[in-house]
Design a protein around this ligand. Structure first.
Ligand code: FAD
Length: 421
């Protein structure tokens, strides 16, 4: 375990102090140690979910002899590639509970981590553009009212008021209303990973980048450690939190997962003056959009229709997504698109995640967040830390066990999560 050290707090006073010192006193946000020989807990994957798991292991359960092992760079997976939509307007009780826990934690995450994650609860509107969607979202609004999640179904005039650049009279798909979550929004994706990393490192945890797990060592049905590109590491407990690579890691551990890995794409336009201060998702035409602080229109597209591990975009998705959105947002027909990219997302059949024990005694897995796990990072880390610390799932994680696929207890969120975000 790395040395426990006191972290210098970021504050207005610190900024003033450093201004007089030519900014010479800032320290590295997290240490970069060599791997130790053994830890109480090893977490594979330094994305948002892995880092949040480590942070809550320390904060909520006092377990700090922890290593987070990352094959690339911290936050370089889906966490640094997503379109940052945060919402909790899911249909099923189990989903609403964990996504709302996450959304609530986002409200104070900057203060908790002493790191500005730029949470912006600007509001999220999921457009209803068919009568079927109107009925579906009215039902979700009812469910959310019972679950204690603040949403409402709003009419087209209110949608236009909230987002003047929307064309509500589209020729194919007019806007008939929307499911509106006023405290949904966005956060800065890198900052979420960096904030958790800094806080975990300050608790003495080792974040080991450029260190790929290549094998999982076992004895008598339990994990004893991992082989990595930087040598073996022993552990008492192992957490696998690698999103699109979950099938590969479970293969190393000797069990199979009901997961498919596919590339999911996004793109951004050239920056323009502020013109949209909410997030809008148009699930019928399949596209969604928000405006970044830099002014770029951040546009989410679809997932590839075939399994793959390529983190590149493909042109036909850009064309399809922009073509679909132009009808609802005519102004984007004049914008140049600047960049496109992809991440490898881990899709389950019921479009709900897995936070679970595994066939190996002391090995736990967190995956299956598919196209929508950024919003869940704090809640998922909270629930996964509890599972690892206690060896049994708590209230939030229990419904998301692997057993549900054998027992037919699906948590069907294909309506809430079927579109990418
Ligand atoms: C284009 C796109 C848009 C999205 N938009 C949204 C959105 O708007 N809102 C939302 O809520 N979600 C969104 N998502 C989904 C979201 O990004 C993911 O669900 C979430 O980031 C998953 O986080 P993670 O920490 O589990 O995975 P990751 O961030 O992918 O982290 C997993 C890490 O494991 C590492 N790893 C893999 N194999 C190994 C190994 N053998 N050894 C060591 N390390 C390993 C990887 O390098 C990676 O860094 C989007 C995803 C994409 C791709």
């Amino acid at each position: 375990m790395g040395q426990l050290r006191s972290m210098k707090r970021y504050s207005a006073i610190a900024i003033a102090r450093e201004a007089f010192r030519r900014n010479s006193g800032w320290e590295r946000a997290w240490r970069s140690p060599d791997p130790g020989r053994a830890y109480d807990v090893v977490i594979v994957g330094a994305g948002g979910h892995g880092l949040a798991t480590a942070y809550y292991l320390g904060r909520n359960h006092g377990i700090r002899n922890v290593a987070i092992v990352e094959k690339g760079w911290l936050g370089g997976g889906n966490t640094g590639r997503n379109t940052t939509i945060i919402r909790s307007n899911y249909l099923q009780d189990a989903s609403a509970a964990i996504y709302e826990k996450a959304r609530a934690l986002y409200e104070t995450l900057s203060q908790d981590l002493n790191y500005n994650v730029m949470f912006s609860p600007r509001g999220v509107a999921m457009l209803a553009q068919t009568h079927h969607e109107v009925r579906g979202y009215q039902r979700t609004a009812q469910a959310n009212a019972i679950q204690g999640v603040e949403t409402e179904f709003i009419g087209p005039e209110r949608v236009k008021e909230l987002c003047p650049i929307i064309n509500i009279d589209g020729p194919r798909y007019p806007v008939l209303g929307a499911l509106w979550q006023p405290r949904g929004g966005t956060a800065r994706h890198d900052a979420v990973a960096w904030g958790y990393a800094r806080a975990a490192s300050a608790m003495g945890m080792d974040i080991i980048e450029n260190c790929e797990v290549t094998a999982i060592n076992q004895s008598r049905g339990a994990v004893t450690g991992v082989e990595t590109s930087r040598g073996p590491i022993d552990c008492r407990k192992l957490g696998i939190v690698v999103a699109g690579h979950s099938g590969i890691l479970s293969g190393m551990a000797g069990f199979r997962l009901p997961i498919e890995s596919v590339a999911l794409q996004a793109l951004v336009s050239e920056p323009v003056k502020p013109c949209m201060d909410i997030v809008v998702m148009a699930n019928t035409v399949h596209g969604y959009m928000s405006q970044s602080d830099k002014g770029e229109m951040v546009i989410g597209g679809g997932a590839d229709g075939f399994n793959n591990y390529s983190q590149r975009g493909s042109f036909h998705h850009v064309e399809e997504t922009v073509r679909a959105l132009v009808e609802t947002f005519p102004i984007i027909s004049r914008l140049k698109m600047l960049r496109q990219w992809a991440g490898i997302v881990d899709m389950t059949g019921d479009r709900s995640p897995i936070i679970s024990k595994t066939p190996l005694d002391n090995c736990y897995i967190n995956c299956g967040w598919g196209t929508g796990g950024f919003k869940a990072i704090p809640g998922s880390g909270w629930a996964m830390a509890e599972l690892i610390a206690k060896g049994e799932p708590g209230r939030l994680a229990a419904p998301f066990s692997l057993d549900r696929f054998r027992e037919g207890r699906f948590i069907d969120e294909s309506v809430a999560a079927g579109v990418a975000h």
